[in-house]
Design a protein. Structure first.
Length: 808
DNA sequence: GACCTGCTGCGGGCTG
């Protein structure tokens, strides 16, 4: 049977994009397919692979023919099932299998004897297979590789690892056909080049463009809505009303503790929903999450409160409605989450934004505008990360060995390493052969040795074993296990959270009130507790700044407001606040940088609103403080948020005069000034922990007996110190510094912002009191110093002062 | 009457 006939039999139409993929693949061409989920993209590439197999009966019948990479284990099983279905009729002698960390030992043993015709696996598992000495043999019949959700991988080190693995497979099979699937738009050319190493390839666009509806829950009384804060419980009742009429709702929050608190508050308000609503985030135990995902699939849950843990995966959910509490921070993420609803052809996706403070009404308006204008973030692959390369070299040495020159050429065919210099390569090779300058005396860092023929191999079985256990680029959070004393795992929290507690203390986790009994062997043993007051664990997760695209959309909305245009319910709701801002000083726009000063008994506040996201503001604030202090010595306390930053000085300071005289926003000496103004050394040291782990310097410990994060942190800082003292040219140190600059301080964005600011007119205002844009920054600064209870008193006092000053 | 900030993803050797 042909693929066409198979479709015809079911009365399905073959979409033009599916035909395009089949045709290209049949002609041996690789490419990237951009299509939304649930639009038939799986079958587009799968049938392309089958069509190739049918056309080439001469190829060996046994062995691995198609490799399917997926970024998540949870997706592997679904995918394998979907591939299985058409196979029975088209190619009855083919088999489909999967290989992830979950695969049983028995199944692994079976696969060691012979791989299935099509294998669904992860980038990490693929690397493990490539580290087997007979890898070349096992992949000898490979014909096509499919990389699902390539947009999820391409921007990070997992994607780089996939690139390197693909480079190896292409080396063995120059005609290998590679197709990537990408669900979000952005720069498709870059996505294709990253996947194919810059080689020629198609870009096919799926025909289905889904209709998208974005709406906003407007607070009942917008003029009394909080000016700052991120939890948003003021919106509890509107959210309940939104959940009520629907059979299933996904509620996205930005942090795990926020999810916990919302879950608890929803249950308190609606005790009748017990058992019908559930919680899902990355620190909950796998079993708990699997149960939630299963129940969602079965349609037995009314609502799930989650973090980005449900951005991907769990396809074909019967979700009717999606709520986003607080800022989504990026337009691509918003689209991704909206796509979780209306998961059937022809049905629109819908997402409802729930603001947690007044300015998020503006964000809601900005989101609509950015989506309408297709202003969507693009992802870029990391540039030649040497930690990943070092890991790859050991993997290659295990997987049959390598010749240095040949592997150098091969690695350079991976997009991220296309500019790798011979010197960098030699450094990496030296690093795996003798640990570089400072570790030469330790045999455990002589991981790779060349034999008489020049073939590099791993000389020692134990070293190889240790390496395989460390393959991958994800570095786990600093966490310890939480389990019931009676048995049953709940999830993980940070060591630092538990270390602040004493036995008998209560905390809220996994939607339950728990009492700490004792800590033993990296596990916090707990039992159920009753009562009310309890701490909620805080996890120290990543900080996603507002994207540039999103921020620009906000400035455009402000531009409208400054011209008295208030379109849509969001802008109408925030109108009083923006008018107050305008009366007290002015509205920032793309043409105008608003700078406010405000004297009070604390000292002098300087507020600046570039609208460039918090990481850029952190850099800008530090830069400004540093440069101003260089003119006249003075100390500042700094506070930043997504919209601007504040510098507070004890003494008054003539900012307008200084800014007119000196270009404080100049980008000359930018890197030097940024490094000097921030504690870049400490940031780099923290960053180095991840690099040391990926490069294989730090061993995580054997399964079942993990080392504590404190031990791991200690050993990675030891390496950091040793390298700094005795091996200053160590390129991994340099990498740590570059990653801090690029990823944490977003240097290129900072630079772009400085360029933008130069074109903005500086507008200075001296204000009587904090403005709507300034107030949240003041709260933010106070928050850093005070516990939350004291903070609420303080906030109340600040508001009282504001209102007194505003008059009756 | 106004507070609660920071996400996600993977992997594992040996053993009659």
């Amino acid at each position: 049977m042909t693929p066409q006939a198979w479709f015809k039999q079911r009365g399905w139409t073959i979409f033009p994009f599916q035909k395009a993929v089949w045709k290209a693949a049949l002609q041996g061409r690789s490419g990237l397919l951009h299509a939304t989920t649930g639009s038939g993209k799986t079958y587009a590439v799968w049938f392309a692979a089958l069509a190739r197999a049918i056309k080439q009966p001469a190829k060996p019948k046994r062995g691995l023919r198609v490799l399917w990479l997926t970024p998540m284990r949870a997706l592997a099983a679904d995918t394998a099932r979907a591939l299985q279905e058409p196979l029975a009729e088209l190619l009855p002698d083919w088999t489909v299998g999967m290989r992830t960390g979950d695969t049983s030992a028995a199944e692994r043993a079976r696969q060691t004897r012979s791989l299935p015709s099509a294998l669904v696996t992860t980038p990490e598992s693929l690397c493990l297979m490539l580290s087997q000495a007979n890898a070349a043999e096992r992949f000898a019949a490979l014909d096509m590789v499919i990389v699902d959700e390539w947009h999820e991988l391409m921007g990070n080190k997992r994607g780089v690892q996939a690139q390197l693995a693909l480079a190896r497979l292409r080396q063995w099979h120059p005609d290998l056909v590679v197709w990537g699937l990408s669900a979000t738009p952005g720069d498709l050319t870059e996505a294709r080049d990253t996947l194919l190493g810059g080689a020629d390839g198609e870009i096919v666009e799926g025909a289905l463009r889904k209709e998208l509806v974005i709406d906003t829950l407007i607070p009942v009384n917008p003029s009394r809505f909080a000016w700052s804060g991120h939890l948003g419980l003021q919106m509890l009742q509107p959210v309940i009303d939104a959940i009520e009429p629907h059979s299933s709702t996904l509620i996205f929050t930005n942090t795990r503790s926020q999810a916990e608190l919302w879950y608890q508050n929803l249950l308190e308000a609606r005790p009748d929903w017990a058992g019908l609503i559930a919680l899902h985030h990355g620190s909950l135990d796998r079993e708990v999450r699997d149960w939630v995902e299963q129940s969602l699939k079965l349609g037995t849950l009314k609502a799930v409160i989650c973090t980005s843990s449900l951005d991907l995966g769990v396809d074909f959910l019967p979700v009717e409605r999606v709520l986003q509490i607080g800022s989504a921070k990026g337009i691509a993420r918003l689209l991704q989450r909206a796509g979780r609803s209306g998961h059937a052809p022809g049905r629109p996706s819908r997402i409802t934004l729930v603001p947690t403070n007044s300015l998020e009404l503006l964000e809601a308006a900005g989101a609509k505008r950015a989506v309408a204008n297709r202003q969507i973030e693009t992802r870029h692959a990391p540039n030649k990360p040497l930690d990943v390369l070092v890991q790859h070299l050991v993997t290659m040495a295990l997987g049959g060995g390598f010749m240095a020159d040949a592997l150098f050429d091969e690695v350079r065919t991976a997009w991220s390493y296309r500019t790798l210099t011979r010197a960098e390569w030699d450094w990496a090779l030296a690093f795996v052969t003798h640990g570089g300058q400072s570790l030469t005396v330790y045999p455990e860092y002589r991981r790779v040795q060349a034999d008489a023929l020049g073939i590099h191999r791993v000389p020692d079985l134990a070293l190889g074993r240790r390496h395989r256990m460390g393959i991958g680029t994800i570095v786990a959070d600093a966490s310890i296990q939480v389990s019931f004393i009676s048995g049953g795992r709940i999830g993980t929290v940070e060591e630092s959270f538990i270390s602040r507690m004493t036995p008998g203390d209560h905390f809220l986790f996994g939607g339950r009130l728990l009492e700490l009994v004792r800590v033993h062997d990296m596990t916090a043993l707990v039992k159920r507790a009753s009562g009310k007051k309890a701490a909620v664990p805080r996890w120290n997760g990543g900080k996603l700044p507002l994207s540039s695209e999103y921020a620009h959309a906000l400035l455009d909305c402000l531009q409208d407001a400054s011209e008295q245009r208030y379109d849509g319910p969001e802008m109408q709701a925030i109108r009083p606040l923006l008018e107050l801002q305008q009366r007290s000083s002015a509205l920032p726009t793309r043409q105008r940088l608003v700078i406010e000063t405000h004297l009070c008994k604390e000292g002098q506040h300087l507020f600046v609103y570039p609208f460039a996201g918090r990481s850029v503001h952190a850099g800008l604030a530090a830069l400004l403080a540093y440069r101003a202090a260089a003119m006249s010595p003075m100390t500042f306390s700094i506070s930043v948020n997504e919209y601007g930053f504040e510098l507070l000085s004890a003494e008054a300071f003539d900012w307008p005069a200084l800014m007119r005289r000196v270009d404080l926003f100049s980008d000359t000496d930018l890197i030097a000034d940024v490094l000097a103004s921030l504690n870049a050394g400490e940031l780099a040291q923290r960053r180095f922990r991840e690099i040391a782990r990926i490069a294989g310097l730090v061993f995580q410990g054997y399964p079942g007996q993990p080392k504590s994060t404190r031990q791991l942190q200690a050993s990675s800082s030891l390496f950091f110190e040793v390298f700094r003292k005795h091996d200053a040219g160590n390129l991994l140190l340099l990498q740590a510094q570059q990653e801090v600059l690029e990823q944490e301080l977003e240097l290129s964005r900072l630079q772009a912002t400085l360029v933008e600011l130069r074109d903005r007119e500086l507008s200075f205002y001296q204000t009587e009191r904090a403005t709507p844009l300034g107030f949240p920054l003041m709260v933010e600064r106070v928050r850093e110093r005070l516990s939350s209870e004291k903070l609420s008193d303080r906030v109340a006092r600040m508001i009282a002062q504001l209102e007194k000053a505003a008059g009756p």
